[in-house]
Design a protein around this ligand. Structure first.
Ligand code: GLY
Length: 335
């Protein structure tokens, strides 16, 4: 190619890129929003916590104890989801989680604090509180993510106890599934949900988030999904807000779901509008979106929350102003 042609092509490319960037990112609007948010950073704020599904209600209770006594958002979200991880009756998170198709309960979790630090654990076995292991990885190592036997070794070395996570009830469900052996992922709705994701704004105006799960029941051994991946199952930016995902993790990973939601809020969308944009992105890019469920929750720096899902049936719990309330999320596929 002649240098003149190269120059013209480069110029066209650069001009188009600049035009696109300008259209996609109204820079004045973004900087004024960020300025506004940072000015509020040190103001006393009314705390709020949002979490996925109806098990968000007891999880929020534990988080609220910390938030209402001016505690730190990171402590609130960790202690909140710890309640669900320890409950043997909840078979999609922690102890009592349904196993993979080979009978092993394997956990994924990730966490982010108000300084943008992140920790993550994947394919963790025999430890109840995957979220607390993720926090330890964030705080005690130079890494973000540790998986499998390395994660178990790290947890044991840091004082976590080894526990068999497979309860009799979960084992029975797995044995029943083995007989059918059709390898169909379970339907996710208000009766059979998955990840708990939790986002909190504390009274210092700071935001943190966490998500934790035993993943899709009867998955392939070694499968890791969105709940271990920063930007997919969870993302938090203390200048803007945070988001978490629930539902089919493979779908969420493909659009970097929670990061997408936070970036939409950065561009000026409300938490609900940002969740709608992420769900619409899935619908645009994944032809089979009608066959599965994904839901997002979001919280912004002003303490506003929102949620949206592909299908009917997603619920989220919000604790604010002393009231803990479960709400049916709005959704895309109507009729
Ligand atoms: N969202 C949890 C999972 O897909 O494992």
């Amino acid at each position: 190619m002649t240098s003149r042609r190269k120059f013209i092509l480069n110029t066209i490319t650069l001009t188009s890129a600049a035009a696109l960037t300008k259209a996609a990112l109204p820079s004045e609007k973004i900087s004024s929003k960020i300025e506004k948010l940072s000015r509020r950073k040190n103001k006393i704020t009314k705390p709020i916590v949002i979490s996925t599904w109806n098990f968000g209600i007891p999880a929020n209770e534990a988080a609220w104890k910390i938030l209402s006594s001016n505690g730190r958002c990171l402590d609130a979200v960790e202690k909140g989801v710890n309640v669900i991880e320890a409950d043997p009756k909840i078979n999609t998170v922690g102890y009592g989680g349904l196993p993979d198709r080979d009978g092993y309960v394997t956990l994924d979790s990730c966490i982010m604090d108000e300084f943008g630090n992140a920790g993550s654990v994947a394919f963790l076995q025999d430890i109840v509180h995957a979220s607390s292991v993720a926090r330890k990885i964030m705080e005690k190592t130079p890494h973000v993510m540790i998986v499998g036997s390395g994660a178990l070794e790290f947890a044991l070395a840091n004082g976590f106890k080894k526990v068999n996570l497979l309860t009799n009830e979960s084992k029975e469900q797995w044995e029943k599934w083995l007989k059918q052996n059709n390898y169909t992922p379970m339907k996710i709705d208000e009766h059979n949900h998955d990840t708990i994701g939790m986002l909190a704004l504390d009274s210092s105006g700071n935001i943190a988030g966490v998500c934790t799960t035993s993943g899709i029941a009867f998955k392939m051994h070694g499968r890791v999904a969105d709940s271990a991946i920063i930007g997919a199952g969870l993302f938090s930016d203390n200048n803007v807000g945070a988001a978490a995902a629930t539902g089919l993790g493979e779908s969420v990973i493909k659009i970097a779901g929670s990061h997408t939601v936070v970036e939409q809020m950065r561009l000026g969308k409300s938490p609900k509008e940002a969740c709608v944009a992420a769900v619409e992105r899935i619908a645009e890019m994944q032809k089979n979106y009608k066959d599965f469920q994904v839901g997002f929750i979001a919280l912004n720096k002003d303490g506003e929350v929102g949620a949206y899902a592909i299908q009917k049936g997603f619920q989220y719990a919000v604790y604010a102003d002393g009231e803990n309330k479960l709400t049916d999320s709005d959704y895309l596929i109507k009729g």
